[in-house]
Design a protein around this ligand. Sequence first.
Ligand code: PGA
Length: 244
Amino acid sequence: MQIFIYDTEKEIGQAAGKIFVDHVKANPNAAMGFATGMTPVPTYDYMAGEYEKGNVSFAGMKTFNLDEYCDLPREHKNSFYTFMMDNLFSRIDVKPENINFLDGNAPDQSAESERYAQAIIDAGGIDVQFLGIGRNGHIAFNEPAGGFTGEAFKVKLTDSTIEANSIYFDDIAMPRYAMTMGIGSIMRAKKIVFVATGASKAEAVKAMVQGEVTPECPASILQTHDDVTVFLDRAASQGLGVRN
Ligand code: PGA
C-alpha cells in the first residue's frame, strides 16, 4: 500500500481524480469501479471539472458501481444510481449504456450476481476501483463477518451502517438490505484507489493498514492487493502513528 496524507478533501479529490482521468486519457475504453457516499464527492468534482475544461472525454469509459440498496426503485432520490447520476454521470459524457449497477430489486440474486460478474469480465475487468471505508471497516457493503466474501451477494446491513446512512433518508425508512460486490470481485480490480477522511474513520483505517488481515475488518484484505493507493486526511490518519 502506498499512503498519501493531505490537508484537505479537495486536494485528495484532485489526487484521486487525476488517477482516474489519466487512466481514461491513456485507455479511453477503461472500466472504472465507482463508490457512493460523501468520500468520493471531491474526486467526482475533479473528474467533472476536467471534463468541463475539455481535458478528457469519458465517452468510451465503462462504469461499475460497488453496491445498490434493495427494495428501493432505481430512480428514488436515495438510490446509489441517482447519487452517481447527480454527482458524476450527468456531469460528464459517459454513455448511459456503459453504466453498470447491481439491480437491488432483481428477483433472483444469484443470477444477478452472475450477470454482474460476467459484465465485468466482458469489460476486461475493472481497471481502477474507488473504495471508501465504513466506520466498522466495511468496503462496499461487505460488513464485518466470519469469512471474506466472494462474488456479489445480498447483504443484511449492520446497525453501524444503518446509523451512518439513515441520515440521508427523510421520507422512507432506510433499506435494511443491499446487493454488493463481494471481496473476491473487488480484489480482482487491477488498481485500487482508497480514500478515507475524518476522525470517524481513523480506527477503521488503523485496523485496515496495521491490523491483522481478518474478515472482522473487511478492508484489511487490501494489505494483500499489490496496487492500492491510499489517500487520507490528517484526521483519518491519526491512528497510524505517523508524524503529521
Ligand atoms: P462515506 O461512506 O463516504 O459516506 O463515509 C463510506 C462507506 O460507508 O463505505
